[in-house]
Design a binder for this molecule. Sequence first.
Ligand SMILES: [Zn+2]
Length: 57
Amino acid sequence: MATHIDPVCGMEVGEDTAFKTLYKGKVYYFCSRQCKEAFDKDPERYLKGGPRGMPHH
Ligand SMILES: [Zn+2]
């Protein structure tokens, strides 16, 4: 099974269980809805700055 790095918290997430969002034609994968919502609010922050870590991990 393919895994992806959650761009918000840096966790590895499995494709089947991940929350997904489409941004600029690319799919991003998240460990949780909180991470997805954080990314949706400000995608560039995570794409430029890298994973920040989230309090719920
Ligand atoms: Zn996450």
